[in-house]
Design a protein around this ligand. Structure first.
Ligand SMILES: Cc1cc2nc3c(=O)[nH]c(=O)nc-3n(C[C@H](O)[C@H](O)[C@H](O)COP(=O)(O)OP(=O)(O)OC[C@H]3O[C@@H](n4cnc5c(N)ncnc54)[C@H](O)[C@@H]3O)c2cc1C
Ligand code: SF4
Length: 508
């Protein structure tokens, strides 16, 4: 009898718990490019290239370290279509009586593997997933008994536990959070440096050819240049720390009509498949602050995204799944507009965000939250439809991180678990943070009339439709005071315009 370690495609971390638990001389590893995984949503083709290419590089690395790796190559006609199918083959060939995994990122995968093990009578051992700074138990202990779960308090606790940006038990600089300094508009100065890209080697090129021939997902496969090895991901981290971190804070919320990345890191893809360790990334940023190479607002803001938001979001996911995915507290039911897939809309901010998403499989946080996300919220899109879109189109998208961000942060469909109020905003916000509106067919200052920015009528209509849900929320009092300043005639005209937008949504 033998033991088998299953290494999932998004768990390529060097410190994978299964490698510590198994013996390279006696035990085997399995890795598979699985049909069902590549097609449960129409993934961006660059995302599939990333995962398969990084897996092939990692398998070679493990073999060089002396591991026996049974590697299943993708074939759209393969009889092996699921992890269960892959394990069936391994069990039959090698007399396996125990399978070891690290806790999968997604609930769906854990359930599938547990069902498989139960049905086959094979022991399944689930070890911790070491791609995170906090264990799930850390989060569960912190969350237990709390009426409200707020990222800021979880983040402070992780700062204390890790010692990141701490001095004598106090936050460096005397405050925990410098977000108020991080809301500048970008006017082109300093110029946004190019993000470091990586030429595909023979292994990656073979994957690009395979995916191009066999998979019809979303987006363009041209110009794939994401890191696919630990060394490349490390070089991408250094590039960010040296060239963009210093301005990360200032322009964190900025939008620009011509720049895809501005001063963002583009490291989520590498973090989420285990090519980068989150603590290493945070320490590199902290060191840049210590050496005077980046200011505190940039470094604190960046570290908060990783040990705060990323870990909090993952904690919420596992704390509340599977029921969480079914929530639709605001009762939204509109279909997702077709142009979320095609990019063919005259609304410039949305067309630009979708175009970039199709090209790069990337949009930065404010595009996801305040452009594509905000519009879906105001329109009242069915949460499941917008969640599936986010899960498909981004290179860093896995349900543990996509779902609480979309269903919770953007759609407020979780009843306020992730955010205490919805991030609803009119066109004014998009105008304030960037320059899209200057190039748009619609007039951002107008709410009524056929040239008026559609965000505006939808925004006021959203507030009116959900008065009962939000009127008593302290953080929204001012918004409702503004609604109440309008006379009834104006309110009705706005509601009529919003209804017209909903009917003609695919023609805007
Ligand atoms: C609707 C919506 C969907 C999202 N879906 C995903 C997703 O599928 N996968 C994903 O990794 N992130 C997701 N995010 C969070 C965030 O937008 C991306 O992590 C970020 O844009 C990735 O780009 P970056 O690496 O340049 O990030 P940076 O702006 O450079 O931030 C640094 C890092 O912080 C982490 N981070 C920042 N914000 C968040 C957050 N809210 N949740 C989790 N991690 C965060 C990421 O690891 C990121 O790499 C989503 C946000 C929204 C609003
Ligand atoms: S006017 Fe409205 S639709 Fe056009 S870019 Fe500005 S916010 Fe977007």
């Amino acid at each position: 009898m033998a033991r088998l370690g299953l290494i999932l495609g998004d768990q390529l971390n060097a410190n994978h718990a299964v490698l510590d638990a198994l013996d390279a001389e006696r035990d085997r590893l399995a890795m598979g490019e699985i049909v069902d995984e590549a097609s449960y949503v129409p993934h961006h083709v660059k995302k599939i290239v990333l995962v398969f290419a990084a897996m092939r590089h990692r398998a070679r690395e493990l073999q060089n370290q002396g591991w026996t790796v049974d590697y299943h190559l993708f074939d759209s006609n393969s009889e092996i279509r699921s992890f269960g199918g892959l394990l069936d083959q391994a069990v039959a060939a090698h007399d396996i009586d125990e399978v070891l995994i690290a806790q999968p990122g997604e609930w769906r995968v854990l359930e599938h593997l547990q069902n498989w093990a139960g049905e086959r009578g094979v022991k399944l051992t689930v070890l911790p997933d070491r791609r995170f700074v906090s264990e799930l138990d850390d989060f569960n202990d912190w969350a237990a008994g709390k009426k409200q779960l707020r990222m800021e308090f979880f983040y402070r606790q992780v700062r204390q536990r890790t010692g990141l940006l701490m001095a004598d038990g106090e936050p460096v600089g005397g405050v925990w959070n410098l977000d108020a300094e991080n809301r500048k508009k970008w006017s082109g100065d300093p110029p946004a440096p190019r993000v470091k890209g990586f030429e595909p080697d023979d292994i990656t090129q073979a994957v690009i050819d395979l995916v191009g021939a066999q998979l019809k997902g979303f987006g363009s496969i041209e110009g794939f240049d994401y890191p696919v090895t630990r060394q490349q991901a490390q070089a991408a981290l250094v590039d960010f720390i040296e060239n963009r971190l210093a301005y990360f804070g200032d322009y964190q919320d900025a939008l620009d009509d011509g720049e895809d990345y501005l001063f963002h890191s583009r490291l989520s893809a590498s973090l989420n498949i285990g090519l980068l360790d989150p603590m290493d990334v945070c320490r590199a940023a902290e060191q840049a602050y210590g050496q005077g190479d980046a200011p505190l607002n940039a470094v604190e803001g960046f570290i908060r995204q990783i040990i705060g938001w990323r870990e909090f979001i993952r904690g919420i996911y596992w704390y509340l799944m599977p029921e969480y995915a079914q929530r639709n507290t605001l009762g939204h039911d509109q279909p997702l507009p077709e142009w979320y897939w095609s990019g063919e809309t005259q609304m410039r901010c949305l067309a630009k965000a979708v175009d970039q998403t199709r090209r790069e499989a990337y949009a930065h946080h404010i595009q996801r939250l305040m452009v594509t996300g905000n519009f879906a919220l105001l329109l009242g899109v069915l949460p499941k439809e917008i969640c599936d879109w986010y899960l498909a189109v981004y290179i860093d998208a896995y349900e543990w991180v996509e779902l609480p961000n979309t269903l919770g942060m953007v759609m407020h469909a979780d009843g306020g678990v992730v955010g205490s109020k919805p991030y609803a905003a009119s066109g004014k916000y998009i105008e304030r943070m960037g320059n899209h509106c200057k190039h748009c067919r619609y007039k951002v200052k107008d709410t009524l009339g056929e040239d008026a920015c559609p965000f505006n009528a939808l925004y006021w209509d959203f507030l009116m439709r959900h008065r009962e849900d939000f009127e008593s929320n302290n953080r929204m009092r001012m918004m409702y005071r503004n609604v109440d300043r309008m006379d009834e005639e104006k309110q009705s005209a706005i509601q009529a315009r919003a209804e017209w937008i909903r009917i003609h949504i695919n023609d805007l």
